[in-house]
Ligand binder design. Structure first.
Ligand SMILES: C[S@@+](CC[C@H](N)C(=O)[O-])C[C@H]1O[C@@H](n2cnc3c(N)ncnc32)[C@H](O)[C@@H]1O
Length: 283
């Protein structure tokens, strides 16, 4: 089976640590849940037959939905071709600024919005997804002279994966996304990162503050009680260690961009937390 890979570059993407992450995946499980799917690095790596994938980012989940739909997928690909041909700095800002008029933007066909999201991700600075308080995409032009929105055959492989398996796509809060998980199902949580430099009640750009980390830990515990396999990744912070002290905490090193311009890379400690022991780790 040829596996797909993330069709967008996503903050916190797990491609760089995918081999480490895979080691902690249970050997067998029923349904796969990924409530913070982002670019879906582990999703594509595992390519499960039964899965529920979710992200609260509506524009991102709209792309997954359009790739899954025959007609919309074809129309989206044509639109991507068009973006590639037209690509320039001026064109980038024209497409980026479509969301400045919300009335008009909401009337744009979903396949066109999906193509816009992929195009902006490939053409913007450093592949960031960032919106301002008015939900306007505000990342500057990435200065590439050419963009490749398909990356070989990848979109076609992702289309096949979403269509020839039982994959449900949601765009709700993570707690809602896992409400039907049962004993034997596997849930992988990859939330926005906690940080030791942010304090309680401090503003986080993504809205995922310490109270959200605590709410997530409660959901983790509830799923544990239900008999699910639960795995979670995060930074190795004081709060995370405290919240998951009753579980297996594996510390790993990851290479990450450590400042806003993405050029300086450093090693940061991350954790992979599981509520089960795994044979692959011991072998
Ligand atoms: C660290 S990223 C996931 C990265 C992903 N695993 C990958 O490999 O690309 C976290 C994701 O959580 C989503 N998110 C933030 N708050 C959420 C919430 N309350 N419920 C569901 N998703 C949420 C964000 O939109 C973001 O895509």
């Amino acid at each position: 089976m040829i596996k797909g890979k993330p069709f967008v570059k996503w903050a916190g993407g797990k491609r760089q640590i995918i081999d480490k992450l895979k080691k902690y995946v249970p050997n067998e499980f029923n349904k796969y849940y990924e409530p913070f799917v982002g670019g879906g690095a582990l999703l594509f790596e595992l390519s499960p037959k039964n899965a529920i994938i979710n992200d609260s980012n509506k524009e991102l989940m709209n792309v997954y939905k359009c790739i899954k739909d025959d007609n919309k997928f074809e129309a989206m690909c044509k639109e991507l071709d068009h973006h590639e041909t037209m690509h320039s700095e001026e064109y980038y800002y024209k497409i980026r600024n479509l969301d400045r008029d919300k009335k008009k933007f909401n009337k744009i066909a979903d396949y066109k919005r999906a193509a816009r999201t992929i195009y902006l991700n490939k053409a913007c600075f450093n592949g960031l997804y960032r919106v301002n308080s008015k939900n306007e995409f505000n990342v500057p032009f990435g200065k590439k002279t050419k963009v490749n929105t398909y990356e070989g055959q990848n979109l076609g492989i992702v289309y096949s994966f979403l269509n020839y398996n039982n994959i449900t796509l949601l765009s709700v809060d993570f707690e809602e996304a896992v409400k039907d998980a049962k004993r034997g199902d596997f849930i992988y949580f990859d939330p926005p990162y906690d940080s030791d430099t942010t304090t309680f009640n401090s503003y986080t750009e993504d809205g995922f503050d310490k109270d959200e980390q605590k709410r997530l830990a409660n959901v983790f515990k509830e799923l544990d009680k239900r008999g699910c396999y639960v795995m979670l990744s995060n930074h190795n912070t004081t709060l995370v260690n405290e919240l998951y002290k009753d579980y297996n905490i594996h510390v790993i090193e990851a290479k990450r961009s450590i400042n806003a311009n993405g050029k300086k890379r450093g090693k940061v400690k991350e954790v992979i937390i599981t509520n089960y022991e795994n044979k692959k780790e011991i072998e």
